[in-house]
Design a protein around this ligand. Structure first.
Ligand code: SAM
Length: 499
């Protein structure tokens, strides 16, 4: 990286208004929204109608269009065309500049507020590159946005964090908002160059890049937080099947995920947490979540949240499309065949896709392996997972007698819904409905509904259970034995909170 050139680029991008807001102003709402859906034509049309630096940068650095070199020189007065070539952003052929990378504004919001970064990455399909090169460096996609949302709230600072498989470095940038120091690793030298460029471009220091596979570059080191959107895509090892570096870790099946989980325990500090995205296979009679439960993970609490399960055909189709091969392309049938052969040969019946949250040192406090298929607003999830893992550790150290002394409050996002058959004297179904967290709906009985309703932090749980037992005319000890395990579940799932 050449820091002076990157600084000049940052000045040019800012001066030209190469920001989300600047681009929206240039394109208008409809073309801007189309661009967000990866439909480029309306944006190109709008940009060509308003020539100038902003339009040139949009065409070259967002859409990947060839532009005249004199226009690019006008748009990059501090960097110059030569500087853009030196940074690997364009190549020059005659009087035309051919983009070699994109730089797109990426807006985000976290507990510290709203922000925007410029993220440079390889030319992708939106920028006219299809199929992708094998060593493609990914820009910010849905997966990175999801992982960013799973991170603990930025308001809780940590000393150091690790981004495993950093790619363009966007997760490292997020981590640096609340970590004093971030180590960002990748097997791809090109990815690390992009990550370094992006950190400098956005004026972010304290991110150290390291080349190497999985935990090799951080041998013997521990972190407060580990985040990874690892190359989890299950790819057949067959001749002619491209192994895209950005998504394929080169292992068989879901072996890479198991390796990452195994490594977490050796690289997290006590109390440290991890967030991963991942895929896992259902093989023969063993379901995917049971398989994740079976992965070696000494000293680690683990929570697997399966958001979706695909059959092998849909899985192959998803990743073939992602790599730029469509069902109408001649290559589709042989490639899909290789995927299905691999799944068949290994007895894979389905592939789960989801999130993993881990914490070291809870003495097995949390083992949750569950499907959460409902729509979930991502902005609540990071804080929810962090709190749930800490609460699970607290619950593991708290026996029922101590729990009976605790004062709990019902979470502010919880409402109660009562459903009653017409003419019935009381509710047939009582549900607790969560507005945040994982947006769960839970059927409860009268006693638990009464207990949750009474949890306002004033009286200890044991006193409340005693009063409910008297009201329902049941034995207090029996009621406590029935309710307390369910209270534990309500604490971990965020319906009830500690004061
Ligand atoms: C799915 S991308 C994630 C990139 C970025 N963190 C994000 O969320 O957009 C996975 C990254 O892992 C890298 N990678 C592939 N194999 C790896 C390995 N064995 N060890 C470390 N990183 C690897 C790829 O080069 C790629 O940058």
């Amino acid at each position: 990286m050449q820091p002076q050139l990157v600084d000049a680029l940052a000045r040019d991008l800012a001066a030209a208004g190469h920001t989300g807001e600047g681009i929206r102003a240039l394109l208008g709402d409809a073309a801007d929204a189309a661009l967000a859906r990866s439909v480029a034509a309306p944006a190109r049309r709008a940009a060509l109608r308003s020539p100038g630096p902003s339009s040139t940068l949009l065409r070259a650095l967002v859409l990947g269009d060839t532009v005249p070199t004199d226009e690019l020189a006008d748009a990059l007065p501090a960097l110059g065309v030569e500087g853009a070539v030196a940074l690997g952003l364009v190549e020059v052929a005659g009087d035309r500049a051919l983009p070699a990378a994109v730089i797109r504004p990426y807006a985000f919001q976290d507990a510290l507020g709203a922000g925007e970064w410029w993220i440079a990455s390889d030319l992708d399909e939106l920028a006219g590159r299809s199929p992708l090169r094998d060593d493609h460096v990914l820009g910010v996609g849905g997966a990175a946005r999801t992982l960013a949302a799973l991170l603990p709230p930025a308001a809780a600072p940590v000393a150091d964090a690790l981004d495993l498989g950093t790619g363009c470095g966007v997760i490292a940038l997020h981590l640096r908002r609340f970590a004093d120091r971030v180590v960002a690793t990748d097997v791809s030298e090109r990815a690390l160059r992009f990550a370094e460029l992006n950190a400098r471009l956005n004026g972010v220091d304290g991110i150290e890049t390291r080349l190497g596979s999985l935990f090799e570059p951080v041998e013997g080191e521990r972190f407060d937080l580990i985040a990874s959107n690892p190359p989890f895509v299950i790819t057949p090892r067959a001749p002619g099947v491209p192994a895209f570096e950005y998504r394929d870790g080169g292992r068989t099946g879901d072996g890479l995920m198991a390796e990452v989980v195994r490594g977490l325990g050796d690289h997290l500090r006590r109390g440290g947490q991890a967030r991963l995205l991942g895929n896992w296979e259902t093989i023969g009679g063993e379901g995917g979540l049971a398989r994740v439960d079976g992965w070696e993970r000494s000293g680690l609490d683990l929570w697997a949240i399966e958001r979706e399960e695909l059959d092998p055909v849909r899985y192959a189709e998803l990743w073939l499309r992602d790599g730029g091969t469509l069902p109408r392309d001649p290559a589709f049938a042989p490639l899909a065949g290789a995927w299905l052969d691999d799944f068949e040969a290994r007895g894979v019946r389905a592939i789960g896709m989801g999130w993993l949250a881990a914490r070291r040192g809870g003495a097995g406090a949390l083992r949750r392996f569950e499907r959460v298929p409902q729509r979930v607003a991502l902005e609540h999830v990071g804080a929810h997972l962090a709190r749930a893992l800490d609460d699970a550790a607290w619950l593991a150290e708290t026996d029922d007698e101590e729990l009976g002394l605790a004062r709990l409050v019902v979470a502010p996002d919880v409402t109660e819904a009562r459903h009653q058959l017409p003419g019935a004297s009381g509710p047939n179904v009582i549900e607790l409905v969560q507005g945040g967290g994982l947006e769960r709906t839970l059927s409860v009985d009268t006693a638990l509904a009464a207990l949750v309703g009474a949890c306002d932090g004033e009286l200890p749980l044991g006193v409340l259970i005693g009063a409910i037992a008297a009201l329902l005319e049941v034995d207090e000890a029996v009621l406590a034995a029935d309710l307390l395990p369910r209270v534990r579940e309500l604490v971990v799932t965020g319906f009830l909170a500690r004061l």
